[in-house]
Ligand binder design. Structure first.
Ligand SMILES: NC(=O)c1ccc[n+]([C@@H]2O[C@H](COP(=O)([O-])OP(=O)(O)OC[C@H]3O[C@@H](n4cnc5c(N)ncnc54)[C@H](O)[C@@H]3O)[C@@H](O)[C@H]2O)c1
Length: 327
């Protein structure tokens, strides 16, 4: 299939790109402005297979790229991802994450691209009433980042209603972690706040200590619980989703493992895997952190046949640690 991947130099996009190249049989074009992405990731993936990389902004004129690419599918990952920044600079998020979805869809309309995979997020659920959320759970984002994605979902659904040939899969990712199992790529983002990234950086002495934000929640050990999934499994979910919509209807899918780990248990596991007893500081709760957020991802498994292959917390941490040693 002829596929355009936006944001393919980023953390998740580079793993998605690798999955598609490994599967083979696709002609892939990647666009990314490298604002957060890594050219080193692009170079590393060249060892897997051929693809075209174009350094360009989503806001630029993409006519030539769509014209030449003759794309059958777009996998749209490019976006800003920092929740805190989105509260300080909401317009930046609505422009890049939401307005640009309408722009990309306008190209899809013009050039007859009728398959669309969109990177959404568990943040669309906000502070859910139950720890486990399914695709039918109420959506109630609590920050501009979550809103920017939920609005994008609406734009995609509205466009699909106006064009019966157009099919989409909206993937609501839960907590993505780890690095490529073959060590080719990983999370390059310098000031990442993701728990497993920070824990491995602390284990390696890149950070002096790390904080636990709140240890008085109503959970077994008082810390928040999240559904952590390995980035290669998430990447493979894109293959499964694209195959699915190719011969079935449009769908929204949660992508997660369906069970969670507390912040404390992730830190303990990182200490075990790394063999380092690093310093952890108990800090106050952060605004807007739900006590627990776990996916019900049965729909993805049932409809697409996707099954995780790296669903062990230790494995996720091990790959993150190995990557961090080299980063
Ligand atoms: N990382 C997570 O845990 C997580 C969880 C849920 C959803 N997501 C979503 O997954 C997607 C990828 O996230 P990531 O963690 O890989 O982030 P990332 O920042 O590593 O990747 C995003 C990529 O998009 C590029 N980009 C951003 N704006 C652009 C623009 N205007 N023009 C061209 N390129 C642009 C960046 O340079 C970067 O390479 C995002 O849509 C994000 O919202 C991520």
């Amino acid at each position: 299939m002829n596929i355009l991947i936006t944001g393919g130099a980023g953390y998740i996009g580079s793993h998605v790109l690798k999955s598609f190249l490994k599967e083979g049989g696709h002609k892939i074009t990647v666009i990314d402005n490298l604002s957060k992405g890594s050219i080193a990731a692009i170079h590393a993936i060249k060892s897997i297979g051929e693809f075209e990389f174009i350094n360009i902004n989503l806001e630029d004129d993409l006519t030539k790229i769509f014209y030449n690419g003759k794309f059958e599918a777009v996998i749209h990952l490019a976006a800003f991802i920092e929740v805190l920044e989105s509260t300080r600079e909401p317009l930046k998020y609505y422009l890049n994450n939401t307005a640009n979805v309408a722009r990309i869809l306008t190209y899809c309309k013009k050039f007859g691209v009728n398959k669309f995979i969109f990177s959404s997020t568990a943040a669309v659920y906000g502070e859910a009433d139950t720890p486990e959320v399914s695709e039918l759970s109420p959506t109630n984002p609590i920050n501009p980042y979550g809103h920017s994605k939920l609005m994008s979902e609406q734009i995609i659904k509205d466009y699909a209603s106006s064009n019966s040939s157009f099919k989409f899969a909206i993937l609501r990712y839960f907590n993505v972690a780890g690095a490529d199992e073959e060590g080719l790529i990983g999370q390059n983002y310098p000031n990442a706040t993701h728990l497993i990234k920070v824990a491995t950086q602390t284990a390696l002495g890149k950070l002096e200590n790390m904080k636990i934000f709140g240890n008085d929640y109503a959970t077994k050990d008082g810390t928040c619980v999240r559904d952590y999934m390995h980035v290669n499994d998430l990447a493979d979910a894109h293959l499964a989703a694209l195959k699915y919509i190719d011969s079935n209807s449009s769908e929204i899918f949660n992508v997660g493992y369906g069970y969670g780990f507390s912040v404390k248990s992730v830190i303990e596991a990182t200490k075990r895997v790394s063999g380092v007893d690093f310093k952890v500081i108990n800090s106050s709760r952060r605004d807007g952190d739900p006590v627990a957020l776990i996916s019900n991802a049965n729909k993805l498994r049932k409809l697409t046949g996707w099954t995780p292959k790296r669903d062990s917390l230790e494995f996720i941490i091990k790959t993150a640690l190995e990557w961090e040693k080299r980063a």
